[in-house]
Each structure stands twice: as C-alpha cells, then as structure tokens.
Design a protein around this ligand. Structure first.
Ligand code: ATP
Length: 315
C-alpha cells in the first residue's frame, strides 16, 4: 500500500497570450503549490479492475459525491475521473504486459476545493502517476510522466513538478523558480463552482468586445509575468504581490461580485495583496503575519462568504 499527497496550487499571475492552431489557449502563469492536499491510498488488486473510491471522511464532509461527471462541484467516480484515467493508462502501458490480471484500488480523500481554480483534479492525477509508478515499481522519471500527462490535462505536468514555477505553452512548458520568501496564505472558496472551460470562453468573448470597443474595458490589462518572475528571483515578496494579475478574473468576477468583496476584506485585514486563482472562484491573500490571516479568516467565516477556508503556507 502506498499513500501520496496531492497539493493544491494557486496562480500568482495568469496571462493568456494567444491561441494554438488546435484552439488551445497559450498561457504564461506563475504557479505556487500550497500545503492544502488531497490524499490518495493505492492498493494492488489481483483482479484486472480499477476501483476509485472516496474515503469515509470525504463522504462525511459532503465535499464530494458520486455524482455524474458533468456535475460541477462534485467528484465523479467513473471513467471521467482523472485518477481513473491515469491508473488505466499506466496499467495498460506498463503493468499488464507482464501481469495481465493486475488491478488497483485507489481511495481518495478530498480536501482541495472542487471546480475552484486550485487544480484539484490535475493534482490528484499527478499523485496517481507517482503512486502507480511506486506501487508497480515502474522506475519512471518525473520527466517521462510529465510528457505522458499533457494530453490528459495541461496542468498535470506542473502538478508533478510542484513548488514555484513559470508555466508557458498550454501549461506544459515549465521552468522551476526559487521558493517564495516566508509568508502565509489565506485561501477562501466562495460557495459557487466555476467551469474552467466557461471562464476561458468568457475571456474570448471579452477580448472580441475589447478589440471593437477598448474604452469600455478601461481596467483591463495583461499582468507583468516577467516582472513577477524577476521579483521571485530577487526574493522580494512585495515585488511578487505588487504584480498580481489574472486575466480570467475580469470574466469570473463580473458574474460573481463576491470575489472582489473577498479581496477587499483580505486587503483591509492586512493582506499584502489578494487575487483570484485560476478560473476562480477561489480568492487568496498573502500575509506576512499569520495572526492577521487568522483574524481575516474569522471575519469571512462570520460573514458566510466562503464555505472552505484555509490558513496555509507555500510548499
Ligand atoms: P483548474 O484549476 O485546473 O482549472 P479546478 O480546480 O477548476 O481545476 P477541479 O477541481 O480539478 O477544477 O475539477 C473540475 C472538474 O473536473 C470537476 O467538476 C469534476 O467533474 C472533474 N474531475 C475529474 N477528476 C476529478 C478529481 N479527481 N477531483 C476533482 N474533480 C475531478
């Protein structure tokens, strides 16, 4: 039996810089993993089947359910779960050649907010590559697993790498960056789910409108991703937070005003800065003082603006 942690990520910046011929968006973003994680337990089975189950703990919390795959905010337990897809790929490509009866049971404990811009599914997939690699003693290098992962999801290679990284291409071109200076994150997930596809679609429509009438989008700007990378190399937390920016925030926060409200509460409560992660709706703030972060957590809890809240650190 093998246990793996799957860490959540946030984006410290997220820019869209173009399109690939096949329609994928080309991105430039700074990724940071946080000490918020799902847990996956892997067990060999002597029958050729793949079982993906939710732990009792996860079921009790009601954070996930065996809902149909298309239900946002729930973890599907069928073939559409990324954990299942990775397990199937690894079994078919490597294991069943020598052991046709090999199977696996994977028990998932879900803590990462779902459909929230924190790459929960991608991170579970990354942990499954690593777990399967160890359980079946395949001896694969991270680089090999990262290459195999891209067609399943562009954020999975980053989740295999973890830490602080610049992500380019469709998300699969990665540059490892130095660690962030010591700091505390407050993460707040409002009680709504956002589909990544819809957020990107909304961005395309917004850009079309922006090109015909830029005046009506006077607050729109692309983030300075290179400047933020320089600030990370310089070890300047203020430099990093001054250059927070996420082009998808224009789309998601228009539909969900509570995002701006959360950011304002965090800043008023002493965050150095605050922004939305990925396609949202999760909002995070960076603090140089954990007590301030805890106090803001309490304020947000009392106002009922988030159903999942974490005070955490980068990993
Ligand atoms: P990203 O930040 O990469 O856009 P996200 O946080 O917005 O990701 P996820 O939590 O990964 O979104 O889930 C998006 C959808 O993926 C869910 O609605 C669910 O149907 C599906 N999904 C597939 N596998 C998983 C998994 N292991 N955990 C959670 N969701 C999964």
């Amino acid at each position: 039996m093998i246990t793996k942690k799957a860490y959540a990520k946030v984006n410290l910046s997220l820019d869209i810089v173009g399109f690939r011929e096949d329609g994928y968006h080309l991105v430039r973003m700074v990724m940071q993993s946080l000490d918020i994680y799902d847990e996956l337990v892997f067990e060999r089975l002597d029958e050729p089947k793949i079982e993906v189950l939710l732990s009792e703990d996860t079921k009790d919390k009601g954070a996930a359910s065996s809902a149909p795959a298309d239900k946002l905010g729930a973890v599907p337990l069928d073939e559409s779960n990324l954990v299942y897809k990775v397990a199937k790929l690894m079994l078919e490509k490597y294991v069943r050649r020598r052991d046709p009866k090999a199977g696996v049971r994977i028990i998932l404990t879900k803590n990462i907010p779902i459909a929230a811009g924190m790459a929960g599914g991608s991170s579970d997939a990354a942990a499954t590559f690593k777990g399967m690699n160890e359980l079946f003693e395949l001896g694969l290098m991270d680089k090999e697993m990262m290459e195999m992962a891209t067609p399943l999801g562009a954020d999975i290679p980053y989740c295999i790498m973890g830490g602080t990284a610049l992500s380019e291409g469709i998300g699969e071109v990665l540059t490892k960056l130095p660690e962030l200076p010591k700091c505390t994150f407050l993460v707040a997930k409002p009680p709504i789910s956002v589909s990544t596809g819809e957020a990107y679609g909304g961005y395309d429509k917004m850009i079309e409108a922006y090109e015909t009438s830029p005046g009506s989008y006077s607050d729109f700007k692309h983030p300075d991703v290179d400047g933020q990378v320089d600030a990370i190399y310089a070890g300047s937390l203020k430099g990093v937070t001054d250059l927070f920016g996420n082009v998808l925030e224009y789309v998601t926060s228009k539909n969900h005003p509570e995002i701006k409200e959360l950011e304002q509460i965090m800043i008023e409560g002493g965050a150095i800065n605050s922004m939305m992660s990925g396609s949202g709706p999760t909002v995070f703030g960076i603090f140089d003082d954990t007590e301030k972060a805890e106090a803001v957590r309490k304020t947000i809890e009392e106002k009922g603006l988030a159903n999942q809240l974490f005070v955490t650190v980068p990993v």
